[in-house]
Design a protein around this ligand. Structure first.
Ligand code: G6P
Length: 486
């Protein structure tokens, strides 16, 4: 098998480089070992690129990394426009933030078509394509239109919202139909899977049986594959990282005070303002906690140039300075607020140093920070995870302290509970979470998806009208952590 993985952002695996975003960082260790070709954006744009896709190819572990300069004329409309100002807000149930123009949609389609043309050079008879994320919803159909008959898989790293949200995206019907050109579509949670199938029936009126959709492209299996992390590697990295100079300096600066940590891309889906308000509420209602616990909030700037992100950045800066101004002392800063990225090594050490991990998104596909925080803990004295019930990770990490990120008072009380939780309870909760993490690692996720994709090219011949009675070829197997659809 010749596996070709496609995503917008890729990672190079340069040691100590700050990592931006879950997808590329999560995929790197498994793609490196798999021998796959990973194709994505070079981060540069080029005039005239759409005529002649050009890939720069370098070695990446046992495989290769091929990066493309995307067409300059369409990049803005594709990335900042349709992908991140129409799809991203809709997928995260923020229909109020959807901004879309016809021009952006055309650019999005152009970039998907451009990627399809570029991928043709990697197509061999034994090739299997695996497309990642919402940047490339139409790529499967673009490949089929160019005669590709090899297996194509698609995995969505974000949530898939309910039909009423998705209907706010212009051309949603076309996009959902284009996704069905893939043989296998994977989601993070059962809820995402169900929402998608609801859209398939309400938008396209197609037959669905046992998680298999029959469309004009043939059959597509839709299933749940919750993404994991490399638990062992992260745990070892965290144990070593406590002696990293940046981490040691942080520990010394705490003078025995407890630390809560939040690490997020600066994104409205992450619930950052509510989190800061919850800490504010906690210090107001329990003044004794001032000086005994502070928050280290890392908010890495993201998607600058999009209005919703720029206004979040100023809103947060103002809020943090207001809270620090009211609760701070000459020798005590309640919130240490940093707008930059950190390497995975340093992050692992910071997680292990913090007694509480706060991961409180309003809506999140999985949220790997939650999993990394757990894996990084010292087994003899683990910290407590405060986790939003609207993060995909809450399905597995159900012994975390689960919170409603819209309930500021509730979060304030839960954070205070986390700070004073006795060791026996911390250990019990942490051990249960580690068990779940070990049962669903990134290696298992990767292998389960690729195996399902290889096994199952259900009838993807030339485009036929839907088949009325799909044969019952698909006893849906349990994948990854045992979560499955149907
Ligand atoms: C999320 C998305 C990824 C994306 C990452 C960073 O995790 O699901 O596809 O790569 O955010 O976003 P960015 O726009 O910086 O690539």
């Amino acid at each position: 098998m010749n596996l070709v993985v496609v995503s917008n952002r890729v990672a190079r695996g340069v040691a100590n480089e700050p990592m931006t975003g879950g997808l590329a960082a999560a995929l790197l260790p498994v793609v490196e070992k798999s021998g796959a070709i990973w194709v994505g954006s070079s981060g540069r744009v080029r005039d005239g690129a759409q005529k002649e896709p050009f890939a720069e190819i370098e070695a990446l572990g046992a495989g290769a990394l091929a990066t493309l300069d995307l067409p300059a004329a369409h990049y803005g409309g594709y990335y900042e426009g349709f992908a991140n100002s129409a799809l991203w807000p809709a997928l995260h149930s923020r229909a109020d933030l959807i901004r879309a123009s016809e021009e952006d949609y055309l650019s999005y389609r152009e970039v998907n078509a451009f990627m399809a043309r570029a991928l043709l050079r990697f197509a061999r008879p034994d090739t299997v394509f695996w497309i990642q994320d919402y940047h490339f919803l139409a790529l499967g159909a673009e490949l089929r239109d160019r005669g590709v008959t090899q297996p194509i898989g698609f995995f969505l790293h974000t949530p898939w919202a309910a039909p009423t949200m998705i209907e706010g995206v212009p051309h949603h019907r076309e996009l959902i139909e284009a996704m069905l050109a893939c043989d296998l579509i994977g989601f993070q949670t059962r809820n995402d899977c169900e929402n998608f199938l609801d859209c398939v029936s309400s938008d396209l009126g197609l037959d669905i049986e046992n998680g298999v959709v029959a469309s004009r492209y043939g059959k597509t299996r839709v299933a749940v594959f919750p993404i994991g992390i490399d638990v062992e590697k992260f745990a070892v990295q965290a144990a070593k990282a406590v002696s990293h100079p940046d981490v040691s300096r942080l520990r010394r600066s705490l003078n025995g005070e407890k630390l809560a940590i939040g690490v997020d891309r600066m994104d409205y889906s992450k619930g950052l303002t509510n989190r800061i308000k919850a800490f504010d509420r906690m210090w107001t209602s329990q003044p004794a906690l001032a000086r005994t616990v502070s928050l280290l909030q890392i908010a890495t700037p993201s998607r600058g140039g999009i209005e919703a992100y720029e206004s979040l950045q100023s809103e947060l800066a103002k809020l943090v300075s207001d809270v620090n101004g009211r609760h701070g002392e000459a020798d005590w800063t309640p919130i240490r607020y940093l707008n930059k990225g950190f390497s995975q090594t340093v992050l692992a050490g910071l997680y292990r140093t913090a007694q509480v991990g706060v991961v409180t998104p309003l809506h999140d596909g999985m949220n790997l920070v939650a999993k990394e925080y757990v894996a990084a803990q010292n087994p003899a004295d683990p910290g407590v995870l405060v986790l939003s019930k609207f993060a995909g990770a809450a399905n597995e990490l159900d012994t975390a302290l689960l919170v409603n990120p819209h309930d500021i008072d509730g979060m304030a009380r839960t954070i205070a509970t986390a700070i004073s939780m006795p060791l026996t309870e911390r250990r019990m909760r942490w051990e249960a979470m580690m068990e779940k993490l070990c049962a669903g690692t990134i290696q298992q996720w990767f292998a389960a998806f690729v195996e399902a994709l290889q096994e199952g090219q259900l009838d993807k011949g030339p485009t036929e009208p839907p088949i009325a009675e799909p044969p019952t070829l698909w006893p849906l197997r349990s994948v990854n952590t045992g979560t499955r659809y149907h």
